[in-house]
Design a protein around this ligand. Structure first.
Ligand code: AMP
Length: 193
């Protein structure tokens, strides 16, 4: 059985944490574009140098850069049984690109799962995380910008997937374990796991 999933939700909704848990549960790799960018920035690679000016101010990295990176990642052997995308697609154009990448391999997405959370709550969580992790895109101004970008560019994606009958929404507020079980139940109910 294949598990080709996209995880949606505002920054601070717990996407990264839940993606790791779901990937383990379903035995598929998580592909987090944010993590790949951060690893490249840390490693001082050419990609890292290209993207840092965008990530550090909470802007989206240009689609040309992001799409190529995702296409390469999805060409690797470990995704043949499925994958969980965290942080991609991030705008409607990237939805089309993901469709094209998958169609080139005769594949299609199984489901888009949106973790919902109130914007005041996620802003508060992000500020707390900033104190603990020290991510350079977790300052108050940048957090606000990232939430604006989410509302303008990323939230409309949910509608696109909903129109295709591929969207499930899961309440992201609550205990981490409880949210994981909600997600597992929602995914299982729709994809036959
Ligand atoms: P994240 O860890 O998913 O919040 O991503 C951190 C940052 O990486 C974002 O604020 C963007 O600057 C960049 N980024 C991650 N994914 C994408 C994407 N799909 N398209 C463009 N930029 C992205």
């Amino acid at each position: 059985m294949s598990t080709r999933l996209v995880l949606l939700g505002p920054p601070g909704a717990g996407k990264g944490t839940q993606a790791a848990r779901l990937a383990e549960r379903f035995g598929v790799p998580t592909i987090s574009t944010g993590d790949i960018f951060r690893a490249n920035i840390k490693g001082g690679t050419p990609l890292g140098r290209t993207v840092q000016e965008y990530t550090s101010r909470g802007a989206l990295v240009p689609d040309s850069v992001t799409n190529d990176m995702v296409r390469d990642r999805l060409a690797q052997d470990d995704v043949t049984e499925g994958f969980l995308l965290d942080g991609y697609p991030r705008n409607v154009a990237q939805v089309g690109e993901l469709d094209a990448i998958l169609a080139d391999s005769g594949l299609a997405l199984d489901l888009a799962v949106e973790i919902t959370a109130d914007s005041d709550i996620v802003a508060e969580r992000l500020l707390k995380r900033a104190q603990i992790e020290g991510r350079d895109d977790d300052t108050e101004d940048v957090i606000r910008h990232r939430l604006d970008i989410y509302a303008q560019e990323t939230a409309p994606i949910a509608r696109v997937y909903a129109e295709r009958g591929l969207l499930v929404q899961v309440d992201g507020i609550g205990d981490v374990d409880v949210v994981t079980e909600r997600l597992v139940a929602a995914i299982g109910a729709t994809s036959g796991h």
